[in-house]
Design a binder for this molecule. Structure first.
Ligand code: ADP
Ligand code: MG
Length: 728
């Protein structure tokens, strides 16, 4: 083993599990660092408290004088928690969270100082927007941007900083972050769903979208991770031969969690508890050193914030434990990648989960309405949903034989398939009393209250109904959930609006009873959107062919997939709903294409460097040893040396062959990069990076990995897969 690898590995064994003593029960510390409802009651005046609550429930504006009261209470509370600074916490389109800390501390002359935090500072700030991605919005308008308080997501103290969740918008109002369009989409789905709910229950005033994410990740010893330039710079390994043992024995999944990882998780969970992130489950995932963490679901905006916050906290806690968290969708070839299932549903202020069948036929009709409308929305916008989860790193996962395919389809299980089949045969027009009874008994009444255990969990489906919620499984582990959640809630909002209009039309124009009209429209929807339903194996080649016949899109790469974001239909949809105007949609498209280009560019440089600076010189060194050996054999045996040097000579030749392939491919890739860089048009550039540059990675890797198997282990400088995945 090379000295480099040896030292890295030796360090691993010094890294013992760090057990943090837990003195209090989790329920006692839950939300301790959150400016929650009960804390607000304690620290705010009655008027201020009521104002905030009204803003949270009804989106009402907060008066400036009241804001001063709120900020004072918030400051007092934060200082009592040890905070010295405050920050507007937001999610720019870089993918990371952003914060700029300001101290409460202010001098007031005469050598005196106070702790100050005014309403103005709470409500709005003006960070320099110029260094955040803006997709051209900055060029056309002003460079300035501002952050504005989002009272629906509570402030929290992290370390010694009071963090105030905010939106981030350009000076001219265009969104520059993930949260703004999400809030608009949630508003749209609320309004649209409430209107539809009124068919069934006049008391419904608000509908909330809920989100329960499941975060998958790899945990690697930080020393070992640091020894790999590819992990440091790209978050994944770009080379490395599969270890002799991978995940084939399935001995990691749900297995005993290793001690060091367990200590990390406990520490992490304590941090989550303090921050009010309701993490509930943890377990080993399929691949070695891969784990999953999932909370109890929450209102979607809060859940999105909590996931972003969690990813930050995971990095921070990992540092204490000498771990590096890999969020990348595919950090290791040959073992499973990571995803982030987004469990989604809608629920009313009256406590009804609209995707839960419920007990009575009437609530079942409400269920069917939301269920079928969601399916229709997905069918009509499958390409847009695919675009919402597109990224360079998620491309490794979608369409590979282990993760949902790049084709969006909906799985609903056997029972609901039968229900939809029967519903499809509802007669056209008004129903006779007998037909109505039959329908309610045969179709609507057939949906059992608890489908949870009955739904066959088809793991290959990208969008599956799992009893009382849909599970969007194709979301990548590095993603900000706001992106898919904005799209999903928008398309469902649009669909519900269309549905309401169509039902109302039947009621008024054809004088139909409400139920008849609903049945009629739902029947049409089932007929129209049947093509999106798929119960079979999503990983199979047969499905690809079938999906093509059905006219479903199959965008395997990000540049292809992202196009859907700026289709006429998509621009119109977001514009109509007030979620994003065309400038915002186009800016986002540009930012994501640009990011794709940059990521592949960095990967290209990294793999080129490693191949030329690490792999080839090592191979040459080993080849020299072989050459020396052959020369020695010749010295001893004279003309007959070939009998003894046959294998060595073969090896020398093989090594030369691999070196030559590596060098020619790296040269080719560098040239393709240059050509791509010279392209003016961003679409062309992204396509070139995808189809001309990235495709060469596999060839380079292939020969490097072959050399890893041939070259003396003592010389190999890069930490190997078996060491990365099995040492902790
Ligand atoms: P798995 O998919 O891993 O088998 P579960 O089905 O038990 O796990 O739950 C997965 C996730 O679904 C959890 O994070 C849970 O909070 C979330 N979830 C459950 N009900 C809802 C709902 N109504 N809305 C959104 N998420 C939900
Ligand atoms: Mg799941």
């Amino acid at each position: 083993m090379s000295t480099l690898r040896f030292h890295a590995l030796k360090e691993v064994f010094k890294h013992q599990p760090i057990h943090i003593e837990e003195k209090l029960r989790r329920s006692e510390i839950f939300g301790a660092n959150v400016f929650s409802e009960s804390t607000m009651r304690q620290f705010l005046t009655k008027e201020a408290y009521e104002n905030v609550m009204d803003a949270i429930s009804n989106g009402s504006k907060i008066d400036r004088t009241v804001a001063d009261h709120i900020s004072t209470g918030m400051k007092e509370w934060a200082i009592s928690k040890g905070a010295t600074h405050y920050t507007h916490w937001f999610q720019p389109l870089t993918g990371a969270t952003a914060e700029k800390h300001d101290a409460f501390f202010e001098t007031i002359g005469n050598g005196l100082a106070i702790e100050k935090f005014g309403g103005g500072q709470l409500v709005q700030q003006e960070p320099d927007a110029s260094s955040f991605p803006n997709g051209g919005i900055r060029n056309t308008f002003e460079a300035r941007g501002y952050t504005a308080w989002d009272p629906t997501s509570p402030a929290f103290v992290l370390g010694t900083t009071l963090c105030i969740p905010t939106i981030f918008v350009a000076y001219t109002g265009e969104a520059l972050d993930y949260k703004t369009p999400l809030l608009r989409a949630l508003q749209a789905v609320d309004t649209a769903a409430v209107a539809v709910c009124k068919y069934f229950d006049k008391n419904v005033k608000k509908v909330n979208a809920s989100l329960g994410w499941e975060q998958e990740y790899f945990l690697i010893d930080s020393g070992l991770a640091m020894s790999r330039p590819d992990i440091v710079l790209t978050g994944r390994t770009m080379l490395g031969h599969s270890p002799a043992k991978g995940q084939q024995l399935d001995d990691h999944y749900f297995g005993t969690i290793p001690n060091r990882a367990m200590a990390y998780m406990r520490d992490l969970e304590t941090e989550c508890m303090l921050l009010g992130i309701p993490v509930k489950t943890r377990h080993n995932e399929v691949a070695p050193n891969q784990f999953e963490l999932a909370p109890i679901f929450e209102e979607a905006n809060l859940a999105v914030d909590h996931n972003s916050l969690l990813m930050d906290v995971m990095d921070k806690v990992a540092e204490r434990h000498n771990f590096k968290v890999l969020f990348h969708e595919k950090p290791f070839a040959g073992v499973n990648g990571s995803g982030k299932h987004n469990n989604w549903s809608l629920s009313t202020n009256t406590g009804v989960n609209l995707l839960s069948p419920g007990k009575t036929p009437m609530s079942n009709l409400q269920f069917l309405t939301f269920f079928i409308n969601t399916i229709k929305a997905v069918y009509d916008n499958e390409d847009l949903l695919r675009a919402a989860i597109a990224s360079a790193s998620n491309d490794h996962r979608l369409g590979a034989n282990e993760a949902p395919p790049a084709i969006i389809s909906v799985f609903i299980g056997e029972q609901l398939t039968k229900v939809l089949d029967e519903l499809e045969n509802v007669t056209d027009g008004k129903l006779s009393p007998q037909e109505k009874t039959d329908l309610k008994l045969n179709v609507v009444g057939k949906i059992p209250d608890v489908l949870l255990d009955n739904t066959d969990r088809n793991r290959t489906s990208p969008f599956a109904f799992t009893g009382n919620k849909f599970e969007f499984r194709a979301v990548g582990s590095t993603a900000n959930c706001a992106n898919p959640m904005t799209v999903l809630n928008s398309i469902v909002a649009k669909q519900l609006m269309d549905f309401k209009a169509e039902v109302d039309k039947l009621i008024s124009k054809k004088d139909m009873k409400k139920d008849d009209a609903i049945f009629n429209i739902l029947r049409e929807y089932i007929k129209k959107s049947k093509h999106i339903l798929f119960e079979g194996n999503g990983y199979g080649e047969a499905w690809e062919k079938e999906a093509k016949k059905r006219g479903l899109s199959n965008h395997k790469t990000t540049p292809e997939a992202l196009k859907a974001k700026i289709s006429k239909k998509a621009l119109q949809l977001f514009e109509d709903l007030g979620v994003m105007n065309t400038i915002e949609s186009e800016a986002r498209y540009e930012i994501e294409m640009e990011e794709y280009v940059l990521r592949i560019q960095i990967e290209g440089r990294v793999i080129g460097d490693i191949a030329r600076n690490h792999v080839v010189p090592t191979a040459v060194r080993y080849q020299n040893i072989l050459i020396k050996n052959v020369k020695g054999l010749k010295e001893i045996y004279g003309d007959t040396f070939k009998t003894y040097a046959k294998e060595q000579l073969n090896l020398i030749e093989d090594i030369s062959h691999h070196i030559e392939s590596i060098n020619s491919n790296v040269t080719k890739m560098t040239e393709e990069r240059k050509k791509a860089n010279a392209l003016e048009n961003l679409d062309d550039k992204a396509m070139a990076y995808c189809n001309k540059v990235k495709v060469l990675f596999d060839d380079i890797r292939y020969h490097c990995d072959k050399l890893e198997l041939l070259v003396d282990d003592e010389l190999w400088p890069l930490t190997k897969y078996r060491e990365l995945l099995f040492t902790y």
